[in-house]
Ligand binder design. Sequence first.
Ligand SMILES: [Zn+2]
Length: 261
Amino acid sequence: MHSILVYHTISESHEASPGDEMISPERFEQQLRWLSRRRRVVPLVETLHRKESERLVAITFDDGYRDNLTVALPILEKYSLPITLFVVAGFVDRDGYLSEEELREMSRHPLVTIGAHGLWHRHFNRLTPDEAHFELVESRRVLEDIVHKKVDLLAWPFGECDGALERLSAECGYRASWSVWKGTNDSHSRWRVPLGRRDNLLLFIAKSSGGYALTEAKWHRFQERRVGTACGSGRSIARVERDSPTEINRPLPQAVLTRPD
Ligand SMILES: [Zn+2]
């Protein structure tokens, strides 16, 4: 199967993101160099209609950190590798995140596609249908207003989705959506492989093969069934924490509690 990689922040600084998802520029370049020589890296949307047997790689970035422009993009340019950047619409212009002008600059770049990642990076599995609908529609609207382009790709915050949410994302006009192991790996819950600071080159090579994604997804299913049996719930917060350690700890803004008119 194809391998869809998830990056967050490319940085040396501990301030930008204190969790496991921060990758140094040196390690990022090492990974891109390997990919450019040994794998076929394509824009994310191409993986939707290409045969899984082609084992393509696509690169995604989540959240919309400023260093995606200042640090990651020059290295991506060097190897001419495309990315899809899933932006939290409500985080634009915040400290450490892309400003509106920087996001526009990214969206105009030929290697970059912009996608949505929720309005406030909330846990979709905890939202009412109305709240989820609002997040999905408003995040698209805000991003499209900024970049003046259609935004119809979605990455679920924390990778959280289920059947109802997958249907809702289709109803809200998204062409396709990506999770991290959750869902059915169908068009609105496609699996992705999270990368982190601990990934040495060997682990990165494993993660860039489709076999790793399949094995890891099966492992997550197994863990979820175990937790579901033990707790009477189908959800496993522990697994989500492993997928996105800093996202779990990140404080949400007060504005999450209130809706704009
Ligand atoms: Zn995220």
